[in-house]
Design a protein around this ligand. Structure first.
Ligand code: HEM
Length: 261
């Protein structure tokens, strides 16, 4: 077996892959949260629907998306292999750290990761799968007068069942027809039980990242007297608090909006 293969088949190699895929997934979360913040625009879903349409029709992003799905599978699979190996054989710690007191998060990474995996499967099934592969998501037509910048919105039913999106102009009016993922999200978030599941899952995101982000740096051996406290600060406040809180606000705000309708 080559040295490269040996390294990546070893317990340390698997932890390295988990650290790298984990950090990649952290990057995805930042981008995903940033894009989803468009849900807070008060524009009848225009910005969010345009963003979702761009994501699914821009080939370089589609390639990155497939790398993302692979990273999720590898991260979860290697976590499972390491856990099984660790319980069968010698006790190898999940992360190579000796000095940090074992926090609740670090002891429950498997449980937290399993909740997240379940969340991701349900979440992708409800939004991503329905958006890309079914006809259960409706369409919106946005008509913008380019002189006044005024936009009107209406439902749109395409004659062609394979219709995806279109952008045309009629005189001074720009007409955009896109799938209405915004309505799908709003509809899902009008269910209090569904929202509760999301908020609990965001709690799991918080605790998973509270330990996971800084532990990835330790696994990679990136320890530095000056920079390690910064990594811990980012792991705690940005990934452990701000990111999960930002995501959790979405179902909460949409639920409150649905009460007012
Ligand atoms: C509550 C906040 C969230 C909302 C409103 C939301 C919304 C969406 C929507 C609308 C999609 C389909 C369109 C797209 O790709 O953007 C999607 C895809 C996805 N979401 Fe979320 N999401 C949330 C939180 C999360 C979290 C916390 C994770 C991970 C732990 C996650 C993982 C994913 C993945 C992996 C995809 C597929 C990505 C792709 O193909 O581009 N989402 N999300």
């Amino acid at each position: 077996m080559s040295e490269f293969k040996q390294t990546f088949n070893s317990s340390l190699g698997k932890k390295l892959i988990m650290a790298l895929t984990g950090l990649f997934l952290c990057t995805f979360l930042i981008v995903h949260l940033g894009g989803n913040l468009l849900l807070f625009c008060d524009d009848n879903g225009y910005s969010f629907n345009m963003y979702a349409n761009f994501l699914t029709h821009f080939p370089p992003i589609e390639v990155v998306a497939y790398i993302l799905y692979l990273a999720i599978i590898v991260h979860a699979l290697y976590a499972l292999i390491l856990t099984v190996n660790n319980t069968k054989a010698r006790p190898v710690a999940y992360v190579a750290h000796n000095d940090a007191p074992a926090s609740w998060s670090s002891k429950n990474m498997g449980l937290l990761g399993s909740i997240l995996l379940l969340f991701i499967v349900i979440h992708m099934g409800d939004f991503w799968y329905k958006y890309k592969f079914t006809h259960t998501v409706g369409y919106k037509e946005y008509r913008t007068n380019v002189l006044t910048n005024q936009t009107t919105v209406s439902d749109f039913t395409p004659a062609d069942p394979t219709f995806e999106h279109s952008s045309t102009t009629e005189g001074d009016t720009e007409i955009i027809r896109v799938k209405d993922l915004h309505a799908r999200v709003a509809n899902s978030f009008s269910n209090v039980w569904y929202d509760l599941f999301y908020v609990i899952a965001m709690g799991a995101v918080a605790f998973h990242l509270l330990h996971g982000f800084q532990s990835a740096f330790q696994t990679l051996g990136w320890r530095h007297r000056k920079y390690t406290p910064i990594v811990k600060f980012i792991g705690t406040w940005f990934f452990g608090v701000i990111i999960p809180l930002g995501f959790a606000l979405m179902p909460i705000v949409y639920y409150l909006k649905s009460l007012g309708r």
